[in-house]
Design a protein around this ligand. Structure first.
Ligand code: ADP
Length: 616
């Protein structure tokens, strides 16, 4: 496939698209990006949520009704003891108590509660992290339980929503797994096996990295989990049967007593005990969401930027825009597809990358292609003008030849007159042939069809003959030409073409200078290089014009305005000739002050080097 623009544009194109990518990444990792990602995550979680199908847990709620009937929140330890005995009658698999029993109260009541704990199979108690310390159950309670899990369920996200839960918390050199994880481990009858990137419980592998305290995203069910009020359980034993084989989460849900309210991504306010039960269901379902790594995100953004770059570098018009739109659509769909495969991919980074890179690449193409089109039109116009000029130039000698030959044929002319006309026909046709030959030679040279001659000839000869040819023209314009050249220095190459080059520079110097000024031709050696410089005191050129003068058919506005005719081909031919001789052109110029064109070529022998000056 062909690229739409030349190498020199490639750097700026890549820079523009690269800047767009950098900006997109900045947006992706900013607070705004985070907010967008969370919003998209909540929508997707909602969309892919499943109803609680055959849940393995049940919440036994110490709700307002329970507290009202049983003497309020201050009298909860005897209530707990009675509640646990009622729960045990239902033979649950695990009982997780979402209450931190860190303080001693009435010794008789505490002993009664401890006895209830001892009777409870697979009981998990709670510990809470307060600053850098643990609030743990009293030893009296903790001695007879299967596990102690932490109950840090409220996520401190920027928008206050609880999307994930840390499975591991360490403080004061003591570590606790989350209450839900301990309950699940007992439920599954397995051990927790740790590795840096995941935890394994039985056959369930939880993608929770040790970094950031092993966070796990909670897959909230579409509806709430089964729940029964503790007071109902105490007064109606028929409900007890529901608990068989289940993990019971026992905790306070009362509006007035429970302080730990979390907001789910669906916008529901739920209590801590419900968050633990939801986390338990996520673990039991074994259907985890994994966050895409930074490397994966970066790689996908780079891929998107690369595709945007290629689309607008290799295609144009509706093809390019259709592919660009396809790329945008893919960037939008990518996080959805990833979510369907249980990978949480951020939305903002690929989204911003696609939009910014596609817009940047498309705008670049739009402007550069338009500029190239304008340049082609300019070149075409110049070319047509040059053709008109060349044909005009050819017409003059042809008219002379035509007229003279007609005169000879039609009239009886004197011998002298006939000779004069024949000489004129000869010289004009020679001029015409020379003109055509030079153009052909240069064209064939640039096409690589013609081999350069390898004569060795003195530089002075080339300069002298050019000076002779330009002499009359310079005189007519009252321009004096000063010449200082290196005698004895030779050049290897094509004498005719080198003469064409020097003559062309001289013609320009005279053509683009006002009357009464000086033109200087200097030749000198610097290192292994011969320099032949033609300087004038003419109209000069600015930097922008200087960059274009070797382009075919290019003429400066100043030159056009001067009324001097030209094709804009001369210098392009000069440059080709000099390049074919293994050299280069150097130009300096100041507007209104003058220009200096220097031919720099390798020099050959330099016997008796000296400087000789002549003036025409
Ligand atoms: P042209 O036939 O127009 O002279 P050239 O290829 O020889 O074509 O030169 C290209 C253009 O470079 C000219 O049209 C003119 O604008 C500019 N130029 C060349 N030589 C000079 C000079 N000595 N001073 C000012 N402008 C120059």
């Amino acid at each position: 496939m062909r690229r739409l623009w030349e190498d020199r544009h490639l750097g700026s194109y890549a820079a523009v698209t690269g800047a767009a990518l950098a900006l997109a990444l900045l947006i992706g990792w900013s607070a705004l990006g985070n907010e967008i990602d969370n919003y998209a995550y909540d929508l997707l979680l909602h969309h892919y949520a499943v109803p609680p199908h055959d849940p393995g847990s049940i919440i036994v709620a110490i709700d307002d009704a329970t507290l009202n009937v049983n003497g309020g929140v201050h009298n909860y330890r005897p209530l707990l003891a009675r509640g646990l005995d009622a729960i045990n009658a239902g033979h649950p698999a695990v009982v997780a108590l979402d209450m931190v029993l860190a303080d001693a109260s009435d010794p008789v009541e505490d002993r009664q509660l401890a006895a209830s704990f001892a009777r409870t199979h697979n009981l998990v108690l709670s510990a809470e992290r307060v600053a850098d310390e643990w609030e743990e159950p009293l030893p009296l309670f903790a001695s007879n339980v299967a596990a102690i899990g932490h109950v840090h369920a409220i996520e401190e996200s920027s928008d206050g929503m609880t999307r994930s839960l840390t499975l591991e918390q360490t403080a004061a050199h003591r570590r606790h797994w989350a209450l839900a994880l301990e309950a699940f481990r007992l439920f599954a009858g397995a051990r927790i096996i740790e590795s840096p990137d995941e935890l394994r419980v039985g056959r369930v592998i939880i993608p929770a990295r040790v970094r950031d305290q092993r966070p796990m995203r909670i897959r909230y069910t579409a509806g709430s989990l089964p729940s029964v009020s503790l007071t109902t359980l105490l007064h109606d034993s028929s409900f007890v049967a529901q608990l068989r084989g289940k993990t019971v989460f026992l905790g306070v849900t009362s509006q007035s007593a429970a302080h730990d309210r979390a907001v789910t991504p669906y916008g529901d306010r739920i209590t801590g005990v419900e968050v633990h039960a939801q986390a338990f269901e996520t673990l039991r379902g074994g259907h985890f969401l994994r966050d895409a790594s930074n490397l994966e995100i970066l790689a996908s953004c780079l891929l998107i930027a690369g595709l945007a770059l290629s689309v607008f570098a290799y295609t144009s018009g509706w093809h390019a825009y259709a592919l660009g739109a396809l790329l945008l659509a893919s960037a939008h769909i990518m996080p959805i597809v990833a979510f369907a495969h249980d990978v949480v991919f951020p939305y903002s980074a690929p989204f911003a990358t696609a939009w910014l890179c596609v817009s940047a690449a498309a705008s670049f193409q739009h402007f550069v292609v338009r500029r190239m089109l304008r340049k082609t039109e300019d070149d075409k116009e110049r070319y047509q003008r040059a053709i008109r000029f060349v044909t005009h130039e050819m017409k003059t000698p042809l008219t002379a030849i035509q007229g003279s030959s007609e005169l000879i044929g039609r009239y009886n002319l004197s011998e002298d007159k006939r000779k004069q006309m024949a000489t004129m026909i000869h010289s004009e046709s020679k001029r015409l042939a020379g003109m055509i030959q030079t153009f052909l030679n240069v064209e064939r040279l640039s096409e690589g069809e013609m081999r350069l001659k390898h004569d060795v000839f003195p530089v002075s000869e080339v300069v002298e003959s050019s000076l002779q040819r330009i002499g009359p023209i310079a005189e007519r314009k009252d321009i004096s030409i000063h010449c200082s050249e290196v005698a004895g220095v030779s050049l290897r190459g094509d004498r005719e073409l080198m003469e064409y080059a020097v003559y062309n520079l001289l013609t320009n110097a005279v053509k683009y200078s006002p009357a009464g000024t000086d033109v200087k031709v200097t030749a000198f050696i610097r290192g292994d290089w011969l320099h032949v410089a033609v300087s004038d005191q003419g109209m000069g050129m600015d930097d922008k014009e200087l960059r274009s003068i070797f382009r075919k058919f290019y003429r400066t506005k100043r030159a056009e305005a001067s009324g001097e005719s030209g094709t804009g081909i001369g210098l392009s031919i000069v440059e080709q000739i000099v390049t074919h001789h293994g050299g280069r052109m150097e130009v300096t110029s100041i507007v209104g002050k003058g220009s200096c064109f220097t031919v720099v070529v390798p020099y050959v022998a330099s016997a008796n080097t000296g400087t000789q000056t002549s003036k025409i």
